[in-house]
Design a protein around this ligand. Structure first.
Ligand SMILES: Cc1cc2nc3c(=O)[nH]c(=O)nc-3n(C[C@H](O)[C@H](O)[C@H](O)COP(=O)(O)OP(=O)(O)OC[C@H]3O[C@@H](n4cnc5c(N)ncnc54)[C@H](O)[C@@H]3O)c2cc1C
Ligand SMILES: *[C@@H]1O[C@H](CO)[C@@H](O)[C@H](O)[C@H]1NC(C)=O
Ligand SMILES: *[C@@H]1O[C@H](CO)[C@@H](O)[C@H](O)[C@H]1NC(C)=O
Ligand SMILES: *[C@@H]1O[C@H](CO)[C@@H](O)[C@H](O)[C@H]1NC(C)=O
Ligand SMILES: *[C@@H]1O[C@H](CO)[C@@H](O)[C@H](O)[C@H]1NC(C)=O
Ligand SMILES: *[C@@H]1O[C@H](CO)[C@@H](O)[C@H](O)[C@H]1NC(C)=O
Length: 540
């Protein structure tokens, strides 16, 4: 059977959502009506006398569609009925970002900020009101300083570029962030950011020491000039509510010269249920150098013809050698039956390549593959998330498998917490899901059929499974991870853009940190210029 890929780079949806939110306005601004005014303002602000055709794109620019599609990462939002920006701006320097904020504000048009475009609901490049995309893909330098053990990373860099630039300078440094190399820094870090070193080093934001942001007045601020409140907010509160993040400065972390990776798979017939019971005890409590992700997928059984089963795959990174991890797990996790032959020792950068694509790794892929931006390619996908605070019993797991098989296609990714995550206070950053959480669940489904029926089918499956999981996950609030953007959260509860509506998703994503985020939002952007479908609301 095909091995599940841990980095679902190819994602994609549904028109009905968009139809319900595409209100029509009496005097709707058009690209033609807005472009000259915007351009005039932009030229004036940036002192540009030259052509700006490759920086400010109107809908009639021949490159408009390519520029738009390059960073669409979910094909659900790449249809003819998907909302399109009036203008796309692709800044080459800070003043272009400042000019965009000032000029968009002066004509009263919303901006959507896009760095890597991986938002699962596409909200960095679609909108239910007329909008301009500020696309930061050209602002992507990564400066690594090994002596200081820091890196200055611009928002449009991808995680693959960050990992590669660190590796170029040192084989014993790394950075804790996501496992998919095409994810953008701007969205990822402003929403928290986690990957397979989370149990040892926490989230990306736990390692941020400075940042640059363009605020609503067009000012370029660093940590000192923005102040500790705003700096706190953009370390997990989602950047798009507060301004345009231009860069983060981060602390690098140490990684050993040799790390170990492995994948072990078992189906229900191979006692996968007992494996999952034991995984829940071990994965959040074991040595913090060990991260064991658990993937659960409904698959067709090889043993019994045409019957469906669930396959559990334990995919791991250990920051140490193979003998040590085999011995740890023989003792703590006997049901895994891990053998030396299941594992490979490699460099940290090798583990990054393997986690993204183990076939590429086994075929000798070079670190340069991490620089591949893989433009304009996406499948259809839907994600949801949950937090588990109490181990799920064998009996309940069996009922979950049954439901999963009945739904047909949605899988789970269980990401263990514990370790460093337990040591960081829940209000140290806006990301509140710390001690007390055993693991996070991602609900994950991808498909290739562009029909609306398929989109409805698979998004409904995700919703059904999410609803079935209610007794087994966190409650009051039922928490979720902002970087696993889920537009179902808080929808139709109250008026769109009302404070009450914002409080619903805000409390789910940020728990008790929501109130502080609202205070900061009121202080830095009282007119709510930086807004989106799930931004921090302004308190009236
Ligand atoms: C294939 C895939 C794998 C993933 N793997 C992981 C993972 O391992 N770990 C993890 O934690 N998450 C993961 N994610 C989720 C990912 O972290 C979020 O989708 C993240 O927000 C993406 O950042 P982006 O810049 O690529 O996205 P974008 O779509 O560009 O932005 C996402 C949000 O952030 C805002 N934003 C973007 N840039 C800026 C900026 N410069 N300033 C202010 N606001 C900004 C956008 O407006 C939008 O609201 C994954 C997503 C995908 C699609
Ligand atoms: C534009 O030129 C003016 C006058 O020389 C200068 O004060 C201003 O800083 C310049 N603006 C930018 C964005 O470079
Ligand atoms: C380890 O490497 C070998 C040789 O490249 C490969 O056949 C095997 O699948 C790898 N193991 C894992 C866990 O990727
Ligand atoms: C599954 O567990 C049963 C009962 O503990 C045992 O008899 C059987 O050998 C196990 N099967 C596999 C494939 O490990
Ligand atoms: C978007 O759709 C166009 C066809 O309309 C296709 O050429 C392109 O590859 C698609 N891109 C993505 C990211 O889905
Ligand atoms: C709906 O999902 C089921 C189960 O995954 C699948 O068999 C069926 O083909 C899907 N239907 C559509 C229209 O996609």
């Amino acid at each position: 059977m095909a091995k599940p890929k841990t980095c679902l780079a190819h994602l994609s949806q549904t028109l009905f959502l968009l139809i319900t939110i595409s209100a029509t306005f009496a005097a709707t601004p058009t690209s033609e009506s807005v472009y000259p005014t915007f351009l005039h303002c932009f030229k004036h602000y940036t002192n540009s006398s030259t052509q700006l055709n490759n920086i400010v794109f109107s809908q009639t620019n021949p490159s408009f569609s390519t520029v738009l599609q390059n960073y669409i990462r979910n094909a659900r939002f790449n249809t003819t009925s998907t909302s399109k920006p009036l203008i796309i701006v692709t800044p080459l320097q800070e003043s272009h970002v400042q000019g965009t904020v000032i000029c968009a504000k002066s004509i009263g048009i919303q901006i959507k900020i896009r760095s890597g475009g991986h938002d699962y609901e596409g909200i960095s490049y679609i909108s239910d009101e007329p909008f301009i995309i500020l696309d930061l893909f050209n602002i992507r330098k990564v400066y690594v300083d090994i002596e200081k053990e820091t890196a200055m990373i611009q928002a449009g860099a991808t995680l693959g570029e960050v990992y590669y630039r660190i590796w170029e300078k040192s084989k014993v440094h790394g950075f804790p962030a996501g496992v998919c190399p095409t994810v953008g820094v701007g969205g990822h870090i402003s929403g928290g950011g986690y990957g397979n070193m989370l149990r040892k080093y926490g989230l990306s934001v736990d390692n941020v020491i400075d940042a640059q942001i363009v605020d609503v007045k067009g000012r370029l601020l660093d940590r000192k000039s923005m102040g500790e409140d705003l700096f706190w907010a953009i370390k997990g509160g989602g950047g798009a509510s507060f301004g345009v993040v231009l860069s983060y400065t981060v602390k690098l972390v140490s990684v050993p010269e040799i790390v170990t990776i492995f994948r072990v798979m078992k189906t229900l017939e191979e006692n996968a249920t007992d494996l999952v019971v034991q995984w829940q005890k071990v994965a959040p409590n074991t040595d913090d150098r060990l991260f064991m992700r658990l993937l659960l997928q409904p698959v067709t059984s090889k043993k019994v013809k045409k019957s469906k089963t669930v396959r559990a795959s334990v995919v791991a990174l250990f920051l140490g050698g193979v003998d040590e991890v085999v011995s740890i797990l023989r003792n703590e996790f006997p049901l895994l039956g891990l053998k030396k032959e299941d594992c490979n020792e490699t460099s940290w950068i090798g583990s990054v390549i393997w986690w993204n694509d183990d076939d590429a790794f086994n075929n000798g892929a070079k670190p340069e593959t991490l620089l591949d931006r893989n433009l304009n390619s996406a499948s259809f996908g839907k994600r949801k998330s949950d937090y588990v605070q109490k181990a799920i019993s064998k009996h309940d797991l069996e009922s979950i498998w049954k439901k999963m098989i009945e739904q047909g296609k949605v899988g789970f990714v269980f990401n263990p917490y514990g370790g460093k995550m337990d040591e960081i206070a829940s209000d140290a950053t806006p990301f509140p899901h710390r001690a007390g959480n055993l693991f996070k669940i991602q609900y994950s489904v991808n498909w290739d059929d562009p029909s609306e029926a398929a989109a409805q089918n698979f998004t409904n499956q995700a919703k059904n499974l999410h609803s079935f999981m209610t007794p087994f996950v966190s409650s009051n609030p039922r928490s979720a991870y902002i970087n696993y953007r889920d537009i179902d959260i808080g929808i139709n509860h109250f008026d769109k853009n009302s404070f009450e509506e914002g409080k619903v998703y805000g409390t789910i994503y940020f728990n008790n940190n929501f109130d502080r985020l609202v205070k900061i939002k009121n202080a830095v952007d009282p007119e709510n210029f930086f807004r989106n479908e799930q931004s921090i609301p302004v308190h009236a």
